[in-house]
Design a protein around this ligand. Sequence first.
Ligand SMILES: C[S@@+](CC[C@H](N)C(=O)[O-])C[C@H]1O[C@@H](n2cnc3c(N)ncnc32)[C@H](O)[C@@H]1O
Length: 421
Amino acid sequence: MNEYLSANQSLLAVTDQGKSLDGSLTGSSLARQIAFGVLRHYFELASKVDCLVSKPLPEKNADIQLLIMSGIYSIDHLNRPVHASVNACVEATSDLNKVWAKKLVNGVLRSYLRKKEQIVGQIQADPESVTNHPQWLISRIEAAYPDQALAIFEANNVQPPMTLRVNLKQQSREEYLERLASIDIDACIGKHAPTAIYLSRPVAVDKLPNFDTGAASVQDEASQLVAPMMDIAAGMDVLDACAAPGGKSCHILETFSDINLIALDKDKRRLERVKENVARLQLNCQTVADDLKTFEPPNQLFDRILLDAPCSASGIIRRHPDIKLLRRDTDIAKLAETQLELLAKAWSLLKEEGELIYSTCSILPDENEMVVATFCSENPAAKTLSIDAQWGVGSAHGRYLLPVTGSSDGFFYAKLKKQTP
Ligand SMILES: C[S@@+](CC[C@H](N)C(=O)[O-])C[C@H]1O[C@@H](n2cnc3c(N)ncnc32)[C@H](O)[C@@H]1O
């Protein structure tokens, strides 16, 4: 199938039906590259089309608009002959049963080739086009991180590296690096997490040494910082309250021995992924499909709880560029309400003197710092413990990492202890 047609179908699923890109990807690696690329540069590409057409294309021709955006993306970013990209876009109009649009697509793309510099100049004053983020998110990121905002926008628009977590139960990180080198997979160690390895180029997981028997997993370095901060001792009862697909549950099991871990998630289908990952890594835990809000463990409170809460995912936009189109400003308050509710429920399941880690892959203070601050103000027994580390930045109630090009995702971590009254 024409790659531009495949990419068009994936992009329409996001922009018209509000579906996630991950669930909508089809076609070859080029089709995927185009779909990811168009979403990473969406605002800039849309503005360029606006400059090139005499009047905006109507809603019913959103597919043609996306096709033109895909063509401009290819001209700007793909290392392939320009005429091949233009021709493929023009051809895709037939597959869309819109032969009338051939002339339009061809004309607009050729016009872009002629006027590229002028068009780039025309959109320079528009913050959405320059940052490739929606205005509401620009405002929130600029307000929270005035000095780092530009670097965050830039990092969010670049493909992230492929990062591995080495299973130290099976081998050391150095041994795994050597095994990678022996099959010509270029890699280096992470700066923050003792388990992290960065690959120079992404590879299929079945090419990784002993992946199927659990030697390593794919996980961003920011996520790899959670398990080691849980301070778990043998014999403890541990709850991973939002566990699927199981990245952090598995890391907890790789890091601490002889513990009783329950991996809970309300999404049955995603919980299957936890089971698969636990089995592949040759680990063991109990999985429970239930809503944390109503979960009642039989006669049991927990020594340690991880609440890796559902969030806007604003720290992992580089992996999920569709977030920039799917999320709305009004989602943030609703998410914060849910996060506070989940935190209160998880807290009720924690033993006295127990510790709870609250984490999200969001960089927005309303979902992080503010949630923990509100919770602590309403719960005098909750004491935030400082997370002493060489990485990230400490805040009043936790620690955060911002997304960095070539390095980790954006993340927030807070550690709460339940003091005996
Ligand atoms: C950020 S993801 C967790 C990622 C996971 N900790 C990992 O490292 O692989 C959030 C998860 O919370 C789950 N979730 C959302 N609301 C929940 C609830 N009320 N009860 C239990 N799980 C919930 C979602 O299904 C989703 O799998």
